[in-house]
Design a protein around this ligand. Structure first.
Ligand code: SF4
Length: 340
């Protein structure tokens, strides 16, 4: 890896929030000693580095072994041959990796690995709801803590939530924690002619709930042929008017399939637009994306620190009994997702 290679990727990105980016070439040159030390330590320690699409792009294009959304990365973590996983993402993702691979050491290098969805509900909340609604099946979004997963019957992701809930042989579902994704789920089931009683928790992603639906009408007027893409964490006022709704990876694939001619309006965290520009651009993209402060708290500096001098608190710890219950809910997802 050299500064030119990194520069050739980063220079295509218009949406960026890493610090110190006025002089991009200088930024790349300054980061090279850091990057090379990370690559050396990664090799010495036999580590694998996973990077969510929303983390700063200099991580994705210099040290990451795999990049993707939470579902894809959870499979990369499960299948990794390495004993040490450095998961550039947020804490619930590191916990998911640890649930799937308890024998591996997992570190999340974010300085703030929170998530407004994962932090909106506790395992205790779910256990209380289960007593209140004993005949409901509890489905949780993967953006939850290990304790919440352990208390639920099945985990879902943004790429499989609609299909899994549609196929489940129960008509009473309590879906946690994303209220907006739950409303989108209800609308999708209605479109498929499936009647289910769905109850919802009141969590939201603070990034995706902020998008303004008013942008849709004016953008459609100004850009004929506009393709609008949105994530199921967005408000139904946005998803109902979108040409495509899907996970980060599904939206990425949609743009690749539809090519560089249309103008795109993408309602998602800026990391998706950045990856598309770096890997498949140039594109005409209108509107503005939003940054997730939790994802952007990952940095090359902190990846180096956890590889060089990890502290006990850096390692994700999961209690064995809780892990077993959470694994059942995750394995049910993998089994359901692989059914056709
Ligand atoms: S983008 Fe939203 S759902 Fe994803 S980590 Fe950030 S707060 Fe959580």
């Amino acid at each position: 890896m050299n500064a030119d290679q990194l520069y050739s990727k980063l220079r295509k990105i218009r949406f960026e929030k890493s610090e110190n980016r006025e002089d991009l070439r200088q930024f790349c040159e300054e980061k090279m000693p850091l990057i090379n030390e990370i690559l050396d330590l990664k090799e010495q320690k036999g580590a694998v580095i996973l990077a969510h699409t929303y983390v700063p792009p200099e991580i994705i294009y210099s040290v990451a072994d795999h990049t993707g959304d939470s579902y894809g990365l959870s499979k990369n973590a499960r299948d990794a041959k390495s004993d040490l996983i450095v998961f550039a993402g947020v804490r619930f993702m590191g916990e998911t990796a640890k649930i799937l691979s308890p024998e591996k050491q997992v570190i999340v290098p974010a300085t703030d690995g929170g998530c407004s969805l994962a932090d909106s509900i506790t395992g205790e909340d779910v256990r209380r709801l289960k007593k209140e609604f004993p005949d409901y099946t509890f489905a949780c979004y993967i953006n939850t803590t290990v304790d919440v997963k352990a208390a639920c019957d099945v985990v879902v992701t943004s790429s499989n939530v609609y299909d899994i809930v549609a196929r489940m042989d129960t008509d009473k579902i309590y879906f946690v924690p994303d209220r907006l994704m739950g409303l989108n789920l209800i609308a999708d089931l209605e479109k498929r002619g499936i009647k289910k009683d769905i109850k919802l928790w009141d969590g939201t992603c603070y990034v995706h709930e902020e998008f303004d639906p008013a942008l849709i009408e004016s953008s459609r007027r100004m850009f004929p042929g506009l393709k609008i893409l949105s994530h199921p964490e967005c408000d139904p006022l946005i998803t109902n008017e979108s040409d495509f709704v899907g996970s980060t990876t599904q939206m990425y694939d949609y743009v690749v399939e539809n090519g560089n001619d249309p103008t795109y309006l993408v309602f998602s965290e800026c990391g998706l637009a950045s990856r598309l520009e770096a890997e498949k651009g140039p594109f005409d993209m209108v509107g503005s994306c939003m940054f997730c402060k939790y994802m952007k708290s990952n940095s090359l500096e902190n990846i180096l620190r956890v590889l060089r001098n990890p502290e006990p608190a850096d390692y994700i710890q999961v209690d064995d009994l809780i892990r077993e219950d959470a694994l059942k809910a995750l394995n049910r997802m993998f089994a359901e997702a692989e059914k056709k």
